[in-house]
Ligand binder design. Structure first.
Ligand code: UTP
Length: 240
């Protein structure tokens, strides 16, 4: 790919990559991301959407223990994802737009500054994956990349089952079937949205975006992807 090619894209960084299992901020990982993003000359609009991670879940569980509503729990998740975004902005310095857009309207202003834009949640009732899709739709992104702590979408939880099978490619119908099959009553609860949820699927279906899901535990694959090599070992979701 031409290094200066103009392209718009969205990268969702799962909260699992922002914190270590000991609830520490993964400073090394954030700095590594920063180095990769700065490594390529770019033009176009690039938006990073940060998840909430363990810390968001911790707050959500506390609010739930006070019998707080799911919407209130979501509000805490959104706040934490925005704090995480601020951390990335602090690491990116001049390279990033200094504010975290809180709406699509604020995003449209941020775009005018030609900097990396980093944002978290938008409104209750959805995940940051849904935000990433809304943003991708809004900016007319070529791709959406979802970086998480597993290699892609599996037929069952790869952290629990050694024989879990990775899907290299899923079309929208296959993805829907998987999500419906896995729909526990909990799926739409605050803090419980999985790699791909129903709200995200609905946005995906109308927007036709190509989604690349890969592991961000080790960033060599993403580094290659960012330089233009789109042959990933994770899951690609596309219409057909
Ligand atoms: P996510 O669950 O999307 O973050 O957002 P995550 O930690 O990156 O998730 P993984 O790693 O992909 O699984 C944290 C919580 O914030 C609320 C939801 O409760 C969500 O579970 N949220 C986020 C919203 O309510 N609205 C948004 O637009 C975004």
């Amino acid at each position: 790919m031409n290094e200066n090619m103009k392209e718009n894209n969205v990268i969702k960084i799962g909260g699992s990559l922002i914190f270590t299992e000991e609830y520490k901020i993964n400073v090394k990982k954030i700095a590594e991301f920063c180095k990769i993003f700065k490594s390529r000359k770019y033009s176009g609009t690039h938006v990073i959407v940060c998840g909430g991670g363990l810390v968001a879940r911790e707050y959500i569980n506390a609010v739930r223990s006070f019998n707080g509503s799911e919407a209130l729990c979501d509000a805490f998740g959104i706040e934490i994802s925005r704090i995480n975004s601020k951390l990335f902005i602090a690491s990116f310095q001049d390279f990033a737009y200094p504010l975290v857009p809180k709406s699509i309207e604020e995003l449209s202003i941020a775009i005018l500054f030609n900097k990396f834009i980093i944002m978290g949640g938008l409104q209750p009732g959805q995940s940051t994956t849904s935000v990433a899709l809304e943003v991708a739709e809004f900016i007319g992104a070529q791709d959406l990349v979802i970086l998480t702590d597993v290699n892609g979408i599996y037929d069952k939880d790869p952290k629990k089952f050694n024989d879990a099978k990775l899907f290299k490619h899923l079309n929208y119908d296959e993805l829907q079937e998987l999500i419906v099959k896995k729909t526990y009553s909990k799926q739409a609860a605050a803090g419980e949205y999985r790699i791909f949820d129903m709200v995200s699927l609905q946005i995906l279906k109308r927007s036709n975006i190509k989604v690349f899901i890969m592991s961000g535990k080790e960033l060599s694959e993403f580094k290659k992807f960012w330089k233009g090599d789109k042959a990933i070992s994770g899951t690609i979701i596309s219409k057909d």
